[in-house]
Design a protein around this ligand. Structure first.
Ligand SMILES: Cc1ncc(COP(=O)(O)O)c(C=O)c1O
Length: 467
């Protein structure tokens, strides 16, 4: 009925999208219909969006399919909060899926963006901001001697794979189940029938020939990596890995796993690519590579380095990067790459992130958040464990001991997560709408937001344990 009302009203008032009708009656209707969730205008906007955007969203996980219900349309962000189109305020643990490590609408980042934009939005020609960004990245991540900017994490991993193949003259790629590297054909591949068989596309539209060049192995299984290298090592161009996996919830590398990747790559002349699109500047100032002391040949970056604008980057050893056009024969390009406004947002963000004590404080907030949640889950008799690193974390329902593998992640209680998610959302806590996504904390999160989160969790755990 709300839907009918919405459709009628939007027909009557084509300008209704800009000045949407939001009456108490409408809100009550929505409240009744949607199991207690007050989302009137958000619902209207979602109905409208679905008419012209596939699934109503521009990236699938936003659609709430994994948790049920509908996505929330947001109007603004303020530090640790998001405010939706119906005026509700949420403590945000999604952080735009990673970029907003200093919180939303940070004044320093906004100032950099507006001052730069006022001079023109881009020139399709070099600016000093690109050099400043490259210099900053190379300084903060010493394995990166040269770096090229692109527009997304996907573009970064796609380009890194091409570069690795072009540099080594080999075709095979090793990746790990549960790791996500963007929607690159060669990386949207799952394991075949056995670990030592060729990959199978995870999406229609990916040619088998491309998928078959990807070997998908189990994360945190060094023995399997050695076996695969013993068989295919001479053909493997690169191993790509999330050094802390944030796309199967949050899974940390077990001691020796990343070292093993380094060793086999050295032994067989393959390149080691750390996909730090998520972990870069988030788990430590020098990324997961600094935190775990393993130096990759190539690194892909995104999220934080754009400060919320569309940016990615790939960089690494100078002798490899020198093979890229125009210096070398391996082609890679981009109309908007290195856009000055995006560079300004990223640089302002990195300048905040590199301040002394930033990551200690961020890690401390994450640890406190997670400890508080575990304590309350235990008190309510809910089986739950957690992993965290720097400013990222993951909660696993149905587990009480450490989660290290994709199989363990799959075995977590997803039905319980869904109920937890919805209970938290009703109480103004915005978590990632999937049991397979890491949560993000920003430097804007303080004890006030943690207390609000714990208070909500206490109530939700109580509800869950009562059933
Ligand atoms: C580790 C990792 N690599 C690559 C990507 C792809 O980045 P983008 O969505 O900017 O294309 C993501 C996105 O979440 C990611 O988490």
């Amino acid at each position: 009925m709300l839907q009918q009302l919405t459709q009628t009203e939007s027909k009557k008032q084509p300008s209704g999208l800009r000045q949407p009708p939001f009456s108490l009656a409408c809100a009550r209707l929505a409240f009744k219909r949607r199991g207690g969730e007050l989302m009137c205008r958000s619902h209207e906007l979602f109905v409208l969006a679905q008419q012209h955007i596939p699934g109503g969203v521009n990236s699938p996980v936003r659609a709430f399919k994994a948790v049920g219900g509908e996505p929330i349309f947001f109007e603004r962000g303020e530090g640790p909060y998001l405010i939706d189109v119906d005026g509700r305020r949420y403590v945000d643990y999604v952080g735009g899926w990673g970029p907003f490590i200093v919180g939303h609408a940070h004044p320093r980042v906004l100032r950099a963006v507006t001052e730069t934009a006022a001079k023109g939005l881009g020139f399709g020609a070099p600016t000093v901001l690109e050099t400043s960004m490259a210099e900053k990245i190379c300084k903060l991540m010493p394995s990166i001697q040269k770096v090229r900017m692109v527009n997304s994490g996907t573009e970064a991993t796609m380009s890194a794979i091409r570069l690795a193949r072009g540099f080594t003259g080999r075709e095979k790629i090793v990746k790990f189940e549960g790791c996500y590297h963007g929607h690159v054909d060669a990386l949207l591949v799952k394991a075949g029938s056995g670990a030592l068989t060729m990959g199978v596309p995870t999406s229609p539209g990916i040619p088998e020939a491309i998928a078959s060049a990807t070997l998908t192995l189990s994360y945190n299984d060094p023995q399997q990596v050695r076996e695969v290298f013993a068989r295919y090592g001479e053909d493997i161009a690169a191993v790509i890995v999330e050094p802390v996996a944030g796309n199967m919830n949050c899974v940390l590398p077990i001691p020796g796993f990343l070292d093993c990747l380094r060793q086999v790559c050295d032994e067989y002349g393959s390149l080691l690519i750390f996909d730090e699109v998520m972990t870069g500047f988030r788990v430590a100032l020098d990324g997961a590579q600094g935190r775990y002391g393993v130096r990759p040949d190539l690194t892909t970056l995104g999220k934080v380095i754009g400060g919320g604008l569309p940016v990615g980057a790939f960089g690494g050893r100078a002798d490899i990067l020198d093979r890229i056009a125009p210096d070398g024969p391996i082609y890679q390009a981009g109309t908007l790459s290195g856009n000055p406004v995006a560079m300004a947002a990223g640089l302002a963000t990195l300048e905040i992130v590199e301040q002394a004590g930033f990551h200690e404080a961020l890690s401390n907030t994450t640890r406190q958040l997670v400890d508080g949640m575990l304590e309350r889950a235990k008190a309510a008799g809910i089986g739950m464990t957690a992993n965290y690193a720097g400013g990222m974390f993951g909660l696993f329902f149905g587990h009480t001991s450490r989660v290290d593998t994709y199989a363990q992640v799959l075995a977590s209680d997803q039905a319980l997560f869904r109920r937890f998610f919805r209970g938290m959302l009703r109480r103004g806590i915005y978590l990632a709408p999937s049991a397979f996504e890491a949560g993000f904390v920003s430097s804007a999160h303080t004890t006030a937001q943690l207390q609000q989160t714990w208070g909500a969790a206490e109530q939700v755990f109580r509800e869950l344990s009562a059933d």
